[in-house]
Design a protein around this ligand. Structure first.
Ligand SMILES: Nc1ncnc2c1ncn2[C@@H]1O[C@H](COP(=O)(O)OP(=O)(O)OP(=O)(O)O)[C@@H](O)[C@H]1O
Length: 257
């Protein structure tokens, strides 16, 4: 697949833009700077309803900064930054989190002293529909059976992979329309990584849109409808599932060359 311009949308995408459904997340020309350091330099991409979209790239490419700007945790500038048609610019992280946008940040951010069950309850606080909540809880525990087994155990005693499952499960309990994951495979064993990727596929198949930031290029490209390669704050390529078997292309994408 050829390199794409800075905006990262393929020409085909651009041509069919009028035909595609309204994106759930629309990012146009997003930039993030920390003082004089530019971390994200004009990134554009979209996530359609129920789509899984990937973002890969080496350390320091600007992946986390992009997600933090979407979630309102750092201030970004953009021509357009909308979630379900509403601008995210200038909104507070807690407002964004309550609007159906769930970010699972890098690292697990679970509460180690609390039980698995109590950690899960924290994901339920904004839910008003108690009947629907019971269904979601059951679905989440089916996705991550290990959590059901350890409901009464302090979350700090779980393995890294189990803690990551807990963090994703907690986010799903808020019943987000968009689940945003920042490097969920980081530090996990190969088996735990497979479990996390299987769960992400199941989440998407259940109709939730997913924005997945990863360093596991091959698995991400295989799973996502589109995977944008980020290098030095810019989208340098956009890959499709068929590219997942092209080792040379993936290496080039990963090395940012
Ligand atoms: N709070 C900050 N203050 C100053 N510079 C920062 C800050 N956070 C990130 N940066 C810089 O911004 C650039 C992008 O960092 P970012 O964490 O977004 O990249 P990343 O692709 O997520 O990397 P990694 O995979 O290592 O997490 C890097 O040069 C980084 O040093």
């Amino acid at each position: 697949m050829p390199d794409t311009p800075v905006n990262g949308e393929t020409p085909q995408n651009a041509a069919s833009a009028s035909a595609r459904p309204e994106p759930i997340l629309d990012v146009q020309n997003l930039s993030v700077a920390y003082g004089g350091v530019t971390a994200v330099a004009g990134v554009s991409f979209h996530v359609g309803p129920g789509e899984l979209v990937g973002v890969i790239g080496p350390n320091g490419a600007g992946k986390s900064s992009t997600l933090l700007a979407l979630a309102g945790a750092v201030r970004g500038k953009a021509d357009r930054l909308t979630f379900e048609g509403t601008s995210l610019l200038g909104r507070k992280p807690e407002q964004i989190a309550r609007s159906g946008f769930a970010l699972v940040p890098e690292g697990h951010h679970i509460f180690g002293a609390l039980s698995v069950s109590d950690n899960l309850r924290l994901g339920e606080v904004a839910r008003r529909d108690r009947a629907g909540l019971a269904t979601t809880r059951e679905w989440v525990l089916e996705l991550f059976p290990i959590l059901r087994e350890f409901l009464g155990r302090p979350a700090g005693l779980l393995s890294g992979g189990q803690q990551q499952q807990l963090a994703i499960a907690r986010a799903l309990l808020s019943e987000p329309r968009l689940l945003v994951l920042d490097e969920p495979s980081l530090g996990l064993s190969p088996t735990a990584i497979d479990t996390v990727f299987e769960a992400i596929a199941a989440v998407q198949q259940a109709g939730t849109a997913v924005l997945l930031v990863e360093q596991r290029a091959q698995q991400t490209v295989a799973a996502a409808a589109r995977t944008h390669v980020l290098g030095e704050g810019r989208i340098t390529m956009t890959l499709g599932p068929a590219d997942a078997t092209d080792a040379e292309l993936l290496a080039k994408a990963y090395l940012g060359s």
